[in-house]
Design a binder for this molecule. Structure first.
Ligand code: G3P
Length: 217
């Protein structure tokens, strides 16, 4: 499963990228706003740090305006994936941009039917939001399973990009289901390494090494 980092914070992207944990980056208007940076400037900088797809989201709602924004974003760098919302205007824009050879990430997906429409519109990525469904006592991971089943049934090439990831457990569950990508905040990716028995075991090893005076260098 590929890891995308869900942030527009340059230092956090660089840190995880140096650890080899970044196959791509996703941003959205909220994350760009949080960074306090100009969207074109910060997106270009991110595209210079990572080799993989970098998702940048349009802020228009009408198809013609979305297309104009999408074409401008696509010019930033070859690894740009233009992010459009799952509306009919977004699907129309997705079809046009995909036909032009631009990677498209269709976002704000909350149902299997929406994911089916995005695949038929030629999306490179579909972003189902797990956490926001869980927030409403719905089962976000079940949506990933359903989309996986449907896409495999018909051989759709659209990549399932699990989004709105809230925990390390979401990451392993997405991997078990067979999501192509999971995009997570830096803190969630870091938390994947945590295990109390690893810490406890390491403490015991270190205590024994100290007691025995083990020296390597
Ligand atoms: O990319 C979508 C993601 O940023 C949304 O996450 O935690 O706001 O639901 P969240």
């Amino acid at each position: 499963m590929k890891f995308f980092v869900d942030t527009a914070e340059i230092d956090q992207i660089k840190e995880l990228n140096d650890l080899g944990m970044v196959d791509g980056v996703t941003t959205n208007p909220s994350l760009i706003a949080k960074s306090g940076r100009d969207i074109l400037e910060v997106t270009k900088e991110i595209c210079g740090i990572v080799d993989g797809p970098v998702s940048a989201e349009v802020v228009a709602l009408e198809a013609d305006d979305m297309l104009a924004e999408g074409r401008k974003l696509a010019k930033i760098a070859p690894n740009i994936a233009v992010k459009v919302p799952l509306t009919w205007a977004g699907l129309k824009t997705c079809k046009t941009l995909s036909d032009e050879g631009t990677m498209v990430n269709v976002t704000l997906c909350f149902s299997a039917n929406q994911a089916l429409l995005a695949a038929k519109a030629g999306a490179t990525f579909i972003s189902p939001f797990i956490g926001r469904l869980d927030d409403l006592n719905m089962d976000g991971l079940e949506l990933i399973e359903d989309i996986r089943t449907i896409y495999d049934n018909y051989g759709f090439e659209t990549n399932i990009l699990a989004a709105s990831i809230r925990s390390a457990n979401h990451m392993s569950e997405c991997a078990k289901i067979g999501a192509d990508v999971a995009t997570a905040p830096p803190a969630v990716i870091k938390a994947m390494a945590n295990h109390v028995l690893t810490d406890k075991g390491l403490d015991a090893f270190m205590a024994d090494a100290k007691k025995a005076g083990i020296k390597i260098v």
